[in-house]
Design a protein around this ligand. Structure first.
Ligand code: DMJ
Length: 631
C-alpha cells in the first residue's frame, strides 16, 4: 500500500493496485543514459497525415494556408499538422481582441476556438494572435492529404451537447477543472500533487523523483476542455522543467499510466514535438524493469537506467498482475512512435507468458513471481491488484482496430471465469463482483472495481452476438450497484470498499474503508454506459456525483478527498490526486459532451483516461511491422 500522511494522520490513499506497494530500495545509481532523440522518419510523417476527403478543413500554417472560415479546425500548438480539430487560442493573449468564431459557447469560454493561423513558414516559431503555438515551422511532420493513424478528436462542434442543461453542466465541469488547476498552480506548481489544506505540494516517492505529475496528467484534459492558456502553461512546464534525468526508484505502472500515457496522449492530440521527445526518452528509461529471467517486469524501476527487485510488502518478490498487465497500450504506441519493436516485444512477452500459464478455474491471480514465472498465490480481484489487466485486454483488441485476436480471446475467457466464479447477487438484488481468496469468496467490492461496468460495456458489442445483451445488462447492473454505493451514504460519495456480508448491502461497515479519494471509476462507468445506451440516468448520476464533489470535496484552495463518506462532519485528506484532473473531471466532461468528442471507435482511453488513437489496420500494414498477435 501507499501510505500518505493526511492532515496529521497516516492513512491509506492507495492507488488502485498499489494497495500493497512499498518501496524498499531507494536512490540507486545516478548514472543516466544519453538523451534519446529519434530522428524524424518518413514513417512519423504518415502518423499525422490527414484524410484527403476532408480537405476543406485542412490548414497548413507552415505553408501559409488557412482554413475555410466555416471549418473549425486546428490544434493548440499543432500548426505542423492538422487533424480537423479546433485550434484553441487565448483570448487574453489575443493581439487584436477579435474573435472570429461565432460559436456561442466559445464566446463564453476562457479560450476561444478559431480557425485562423498566422504561422510563418520562415519562422521557427508559429504565432497565433500573439500566442506562440508551435516551436518548429520546419518540422517534418506536415499536414498531408491523407490520414494514416489519427482521426479527429472533435467533431465540428467540439462535442458541444445539443441540450442546454448538459451544456451548462459541462461548463460546470470545466470550471471545476480550472479551479483545481489554478490552485495547484498557486500552491504546488511543479510538485506532483496539491495538498489543499496545507497549501503546499505532495511529492511522494511513487514517481522516483519525477515531478509535475498533475501537470502531465492534466495536459489532455485542459486541451479537450479548451483551457488554452492553462494548456500552454502546462506545455511550457513540460518543455522547460520536466526533468527525466532522475535517479529514483519509481513504480513502473504509475509512471507508465500517468507520464507515458499523459505525454503520448498530449502528443497525439496536439502534435507538439516536445511531448514525443519526452515520452521517447522516458520509455527508454523504463526498459531495465524487464530484465528478469521471465521478462515479467519488476514493479519498481530505477529511472537512472538500473532496475531493482521490489522485495517489500506482503507479496514479497511478486510482480502484480495489474502492474505488469497495464503496459500494453502505451508500449505498443511507443513502438509506433519510435519504429522500434522492442516495446511491443516486451509486452507481447508478458501476454504470451500469461496466456500459457495454468489458471485456477480460468482466473488470473493477482501476484506472479518474475523469476519463476509462477503464480505466488491464488487471490483474484477485479479491483485492487487485478483491475486494469482485464481492462487492457479488451482495450488492446480495440486499439489494434480489432485485429488482436489473442487479447480478445483472453478477455472473453477471463470474463467468463469472472462471471462463473465472482459475480454475485446480493439478498437485496444487487449484482456485484466479489473477490476470491484461493477458492473462498470475500463479498466485498472496491471502488476501483467499479471501472468494470464501463469495461464490460465496451466489450459487449465485440463478443459473440448471443452474449451481447447479457454483457450489456451485466455492465448496467454493476454500474447500478456502484451508484448504490454512492446513494447509500449521506455525502452521496462512495466508500473505498463496500461489502455484501453481515447484513451490509453496498455499504462500508468498516471504518478504515470509508474514505473517498476523488477516484474516477464510478463516473468512468457512467460515461461509458451513457455512450453505449444514452440512458439519461447516467447523466443524472454523474451530476449527483458532481454536486457531492462540490459540496464535500471543494475547499477554498482546491479539491480534497474525504476520510469518511458516512461522516456528518467532513474531514479532508488534504490531497488533490492527479487522477482527479486526469480522469474524474475528464470523464464528467465527456459525460456531458456529445459522442463526437473523442469518439470511442477512434480513441481508446488508457487506465488513467489518457486517449490513445486506434491504430488502423491498413496503417500498420503499410508500415509492414504490425506485431504478430498470434501467440
Ligand atoms: C488511477 O491512477 C488509475 O485509474 C489506476 O488504474 C487506478 N488508480 C487510479 C484511480 O483510482
Amino acid at each position: 500500500m501507499i501510505f500518505k500522511t493526511l492532515a496529521g494522520k497516516t492513512s491509506f490513499v492507495g492507488l488502485r493496485l498499489p494497495q500493497t506497494f512499498l518501496f524498499l530500495l531507494f536512490l540507486g545509481s545516478l548514472g543516466f543514459g544519453a538523451l534519446f532523440f529519434l530522428p524524424e522518419t518518413s514513417r512519423l510523417k504518415r502518423i499525422f497525415q490527414h484524410n484527403s476527403d476532408n480537405s476543406a478543413v485542412i490548414t497548413d500554417s507552415m505553408n501559409g494556408q488557412s482554413a475555410q472560415p466555416s471549418s473549425p479546425i486546428g490544434l493548440i500548438g499543432a500548426a505542423r499538422f492538422d487533424i480537423g480539430v479546433p485550434r484553441i487560442q487565448s483570448q487574453l493573449s489575443s493581439s487584436n481582441g477579435k474573435q472570429t468564431n461565432n460559436n456561442k459557447e466559445s464566446n463564453q469560454r476562457t479560450v476561444s476556438m478559431e480557425h485562423t493561423s498566422e504561422g510563418d513558414a520562415a519562422d521557427d516559431k508559429v504565432h497565433t494572435r500573439g500566442v506562440v503555438v508551435s516551436s518548429r515551422a520546419r518540422s517534418p511532420v506536415r499536414v498531408k492529404l491523407r490520414n494514416c493513424m489519427l482521426k479527429p478528436p472533435y467533431g465540428a462542434n467540439y462535442g458541444k451537447p445539443s441540450d442546454p442543461e448538459s451544456l451548462q453542466r459541462r461548463e460546470k465541469v470545466k470550471e471545476m477543472m480550472k479551479f483545481a488547476w489554478d490552485n495547484y498552480k498557486r500552491y504546488a506548481w511543479g510538485e506532483n500533487e496539491l495538498r489543499p489544506l496545507s497549501r503546499n505540494g505532495n511529492d511522494g516517492r511513487t514517481f522516483g523523483g519525477l515531478r509535475g505529475a498533475s501537470i502531465v496528467d492534466s495536459l489532455d484534459t485542459l486541451y479537450i476542455m479548451g483551457l488554452g492558456e492553462e494548456y500552454q502553461e502546462a506545455k511550457e512546464w513540460v518543455e522547460n522543467n520536466l526533468n527525466l534525468n532522475v535517479g529514483g526508484e519509481a513504480s513502473l505502472f504509475e509512471v507508465n499510466i500517468r507520464y507515458v500515457g499523459g505525454l503520448l496522449s498530449a502528443y497525439y492530440l496536439t502534435g507538439e514535438e516536445v511531448f514525443k521527445r519526452k515520452v521517447v526518452e522516458l520509455g527508454k528509461n523504463l526498459l531495465p524493469a524487464f530484465n528478469t529471467p521471465t521478462g515479467i517486469p519488476h514493479g519498481v524501476v530505477n529511472l537512472a537506467g538500473d532496475s531493482r527487485r521490489w522485495s517489500g510488502g506482503d507479496l514479497g518478490r511478486s510482480s502484480v498482475l495489474a502492474e505488469f498487465g497495464t503496459l500494453h497500450l502505451e508500449f505498443v504506441h511507443l513502438s509506433e512512435l519510435t519504429n522500434d519493436p522492442i516495446y511491443t516485444e516486451k509486452v507481447m512477452n508478458i501476454r504470451k507468458h500469461l496466456n500459457q500459464l495454468d489458471k485456477p478455474r480460468g482466473l488470473y491471480p493477482n501476484a506472479l513471481n518474475p523469476v519463476s514465472g509462477n503464480w505466488e498465490q491464488h487471490y483474484v480481484s477485479i479491483g485492487a491488484l487485478g483491475d486494469s489487466f482485464y481492462e487492457y485486454l479488451i482495450k488492446s483488441y480495440l486499439m489494434s482496430d480489432r485485429t488482436d485476436e489473442v487479447a480478445k480471446r483472453m478477455y472473453y475467457a477471463a470474463l467468463e471465469a469472472i462471471e462463473n466464479n465472482l459475480v454475485q447477487r446480493s439478498p437485496g438484488g444487487l449484482i456485484y463482483v466479489a473477490e476470491w481468496r484461493g477458492g473462498i469468496l470475500d463479498h466485498r467490492m472496491g471502488h476501483l472495481a467499479c471501472f468494470s461496468g464501463g469495461m464490460i460495456g465496451i466489450g459487449a458489442e465485440h463478443g459473440s452476438p448471443e452474449t451481447r445483451q447479457h454483457q450489456l445488462d451485466l455492465a448496467a447492473n454493476i454500474t447500478h450497484t456502484c451508484h448504490e454505493s454512492y446513494r447509500r451514504t449521506p455525502t452521496k460519495l462512495g466508500p473505498e470498499v463496500f461489502r455484501f456480508d453481515d447484513g451490509a448491502e453496498a455499504t462500508a461497515p468498516r471504518v478504515n474503508e470509508r474514505h473517498y479519494i476523488l477516484r474516477p471509476e464510478v463516473v468512468e462507468s457512467y460515461m461509458y454506459m451513457w455512450r453505449l445506451t444514452h440512458d439519461p440516468k447516467y447523466r443524472e448520476w454523474g451530476w449527483e456525483a458532481l454536486e457531492a464533489l462540490e459540496q464535500h470535496c471543494r475547499l477554498a484552495t482546491g479539491f480534497s478527498g474525504i476520510i469518511d463518506v458516512y461522516g456528518h462532519i467532513i474531514q479532508h485528506d488534504n490531497l488533490q490526486q492527479s487522477f482527479f484532473l486526469a480522469e474524474t473531471l475528464k470523464y464528467l466532461y465527456l459525460l456531458f459532451s456529445d459522442d463526437d468528442l473523442l469518439p470511442l471507435k477512434d480513441w481508446v482511453f488508457n487506465t488513467e483516461a489518457h486517449p490513445l488513437p486506434v491504430i488502423p489496420r491498413n496503417c500498420s500494414q503499410e508500415r509492414g511491422h504490425r506485431p504478430n498477435w498470434t501467440h
